[in-house]
Design a protein around this ligand. Structure first.
Ligand code: ATP
Ligand code: MG
Length: 362
């Protein structure tokens, strides 16, 4: 059988990033050979320690190798210095720009499958909205109200269209993975995309997002296959907490997506479970949602599941659904049994023991 070679950049970064990223590599290497996949790895650097050593948080070589030689990457975490450090800025933010990773994808899934179960994905637009960081402060005499500040909220048809399109594709793919029956425990039947906005107040910006997303999701490939609904963002937040099981894929502009995805992560207990992917044209970086977790660094107890799920998510966007489904199933089986869990989930197992258990199930 012809095999496909995927070249993956590994960027452990700081803190527990260095303890969990090796788990991502190991699970890729452990995938059954019947899938016809081969992996090659490039060890790359970025992060605060890299900054302290070299003066650059994101060395040029890291970007060049990712762009020139890799199909995807795994990114661990970077520690955020407690005070602003001159010349330092987040390498993952820079990478999203450099590689035009326009979508931030965050699946949130609970172990349970009862009424309180959650199994959803938030597709957050990642390049514009208020995060274009065009802010200004204005001076004004106190008699006229004093100083004030403004920020630009930019929404484009192009960015809104592509994030809604990827949301629709994710909804279809999730159904495929469900039908492949990997875990057999899904709470969803029909693909659904929920468009989130505040166009009742922001009729131009959010109005454009809404209109472009609606248009994108009425494209032929989604017609009849993906149901589409809308939620105003405040009511979205309310319903997310009241009935999270009702949602499949939520698509949102940058700021709402940022807030909703952290809120949704809180619903499943530990940050150590929640994966994400930064996705562009033909490129994806899997990245656990947690940070560098300095409080548990070096203890060997970091939960590797967020990274393993991020690895599967990266594979989804490289069109290797079958391989992804196998990883999800192995992780779900470990969680459902609940015997080998790290301390963040109330267990006593080490990172190594959890990884070994999941590899065995694979
Ligand atoms: P950073 O500035 O790098 O984000 P932080 O101090 O905010 O660091 P986080 O990584 O965001 O730490 O984690 C927040 C909390 O969740 C910490 O108590 C951390 O120990 C815990 N945590 C995060 N990730 C994991 C994980 N993979 N396994 C176990 N606990 C985790
Ligand atoms: Mg943090």
């Amino acid at each position: 059988m012809a095999s496909r070679v995927l070249r993956i950049g590994l960027i452990p970064g700081d803190g527990i990033g260095r303890e969990v990223i090796p788990a991502g590599r190991r699970i890729l290497e452990a995938l059954p050979s019947s899938l016809g996949l081969k992996f090659e790895f490039s060890d790359l650097h970025a992060g605060f320690e890299t900054f302290e050593k070299t003066g650059a948080a994101l060395p040029r070589r890291t970007v060049d190798v990712l762009r020139g030689e890799c199909d995807g990457a795994l990114f661990g975490a970077v520690s955020s210095p407690s005070k602003a450090v001159k010349g330092y800025s987040s390498p993952i933010v820079a990478l999203r720009k450099e590689l035009d990773l326009y979508a931030n994808i965050r699946p949130v899934k609970s172990v349970r499958t009862d009424r309180t179960a959650i199994d959803l994905v938030i597709a957050r637009e990642n390049t514009e909205d208020l995060y274009v960081k065009e802010e200004k402060t204005f001076e004004r005499p106190a008699s006229e109200g004093g100083r004030y500040a403004e920020a630009i909220k930019r929404i484009s048809e192009r960015a809104s269209t592509r994030i809604a399109t990827i949301a629709g594709e994710i909804a279809l793919r999730r159904q495929k993975i469900r039908e492949a029956g990997s875990s057999g425990s899904s709470i969803h039947k029909q693909p659904l995309v929920t468009i989130t906005h505040k166009s009742n107040v922001l009729s131009k910006t959010d109005g454009l997002f809404r209109e472009a997303a609606r248009a994108a999701l009425s494209a032929p490939q989604f017609q009849g296959a993906v149901a589409v609904e809308e939620q105003i963002v405040d009511s979205m937040a309310y319903k997310l907490f009241r009935q999270p099981g009702a949602y499949d894929v939520i698509v949102a502009p940058n700021l709402y997506g940022d807030i909703l995805s952290d809120a949704a992560a809180a619903l499943v207990g530990s940050l150590g479970l929640v994966p994400s992917a930064n996705v562009g044209e033909g490129f994806a970086i899997g990245e656990p949602c947690h940070g560098s977790a300095p409080d548990i660094e070096g203890k060997g107890i970091a939960n590797p599941i967020a990274t393993l799920r991020s690895t599967a998510l990266m594979l989804e966007f490289l069109n290797e659904e079958e391989a992804a489904a196998k990883i999800y199933a192995a992780v779900d089986a470990n969680l459902e049994e609940g015997k080998l869990l790290t301390p963040d989930l109330g267990g006593k197992a080490t990172t190594e023991e959890v990884v070994a258990d999941i590899l065995k199930r694979l």
